[in-house]
Design a binder for this molecule. Structure first.
Ligand SMILES: [Cu+2]
Length: 337
């Protein structure tokens, strides 16, 4: 027989396991992630408005109407109460309406493609602020970051200046991954042949990690990169040190880098081919491969020509007129927006 104090203590034991948790998701240092954390807290509290009374009432009813309690009222013919119906349907309905409204507002406000309009809750975006562009590529199983304006690239290391909006362009080399830095913003899918975006800002100097949040094979669990938010001066210094470090990411070295590898160390490249991200995105880094956008344009042209050929003359003339209309619309007769 376990003493009752110990028994009570055991109930709380799982909480002790939570004491070691890093609560970065609820307490991040980037404004976008912070707003997402607010949404999680608000939604949870709203839902608790229903959950707590329901659980409390369930326990209370179970106790009050237990078989051994002969004192409780007994109403075998009871079948309807308008008051109860109103509470049972009205309260959850109200909460769902409020929850839906808040989620709708936040979904649009935190749209990852939407350029930022503030640095944090108290500071609007200065008119002079120019976003830093970072191209992120999920490889098997490492992360490549290209800074096109600085002309540098890194593997498994992301450094951003504090209080500067960052515009991520995200893609992948072979399978789907998800780009996720808990301190900065929510996770965004990285897909081969596609480009996804994320706008975010880091508000405090920080040393943290980012990772892939979408299972992508053998090296997935080690697919982490070091993430740092640093003051603008330190960022410039870091860029300079990468530039001084040597190494060139051209098409040949990219193809070597692209080969699957696990637990890669941080690597720096002092220079990058200008169209590197374009080639990664259009899957034409290797010599002699036609870029996807060119291929698609070609296919479209061929399809159009074939349609012309197989159609009777009048239909072809109509189709041609349509095709031309789609390509060159003047402001006056353009499609309604
Ligand atoms: Cu999912």
């Amino acid at each position: 027989m376990i003493p009752s104090t110990l028994r009570r203590g055991l109930v709380l034991a799982p909480l002790a396991a939570l004491a070691g948790c890093n609560t970065v998701v609820l307490n991040p240092s980037g404004d976008i992630a912070a707003q997402q954390a607010h949404l999680i807290v608000i939604s949870t509290l709203l839902m608790l408005l229903i959950i707590i009374p329901v659980i409390a009432l369930t326990l209370w009813y179970a106790h009050k109407y237990r078989a051994s309690n002969t004192e409780a009222e007994y109403l075998p013919d009871w079948d309807h109460s308008t008051k109860l119906e109103l509470v049972i349907w009205g309260a959850p309905l109200l909460i769902i309406i409020v929850l839906g409204l808040i989620t709708w507002i936040y979904t649009h406000k935190l749209d990852p493609y939407r350029p930022l309009d503030r640095l944090d809750a108290n500071r609007p975006l200065p008119a002079s602020a120019k976003p830093l562009v970072v191209q992120a590529v999920a490889m098997d199983w490492k992360w490549l970051f290209i800074y096109p304006e600085q002309g540098i690239a890194t593997v498994n290391e992301l450094v951003v200046p504090v209080d500067v909006p960052v515009r991520f362009k995200i893609s992948a080399t072979s399978v789907m991954n998800a780009f996720y830095v808990p301190e900065l913003a929510g996770m965004i899918y990285a897909m081969p042949g596609m480009e996804t975006s994320l706008n975010a800002v880091q508000n405090k100097p920080i040393k943290s990690v980012g990772f892939s949040a979408n299972y992508s094979g053998a090296g997935y669990s080690d697919m982490r990169f070091s993430y740092r938010g640093v003051a603008q001066g330190d960022f410039d210094g870091w860029v300079k040190s990468v530039k001084d470090g040597g190494g060139n990411l051209n098409r040949a070295s990219y193809l070597t880098l692209e080969k699957p590898s696990i637990k890669d160390p941080v690597r720096h490249y002092a220079s990058v081919d200008n169209d590197m991200f374009y080639r990664v995105l259009n899957r034409c880094v290797a010599d002699g491969v036609v870029c996807m956008d060119k291929m698609m344009m070609d296919d479209e042209r061929k399809a159009r020509e074939m349609a012309m050929r197989s159609m009777p003359q009048r239909a072809a003339a109509t189709r041609l007129a349509q095709a031309n209309g789609e390509v060159c619309t003047t402001p006056n007769n353009s499609v309604k927006k």
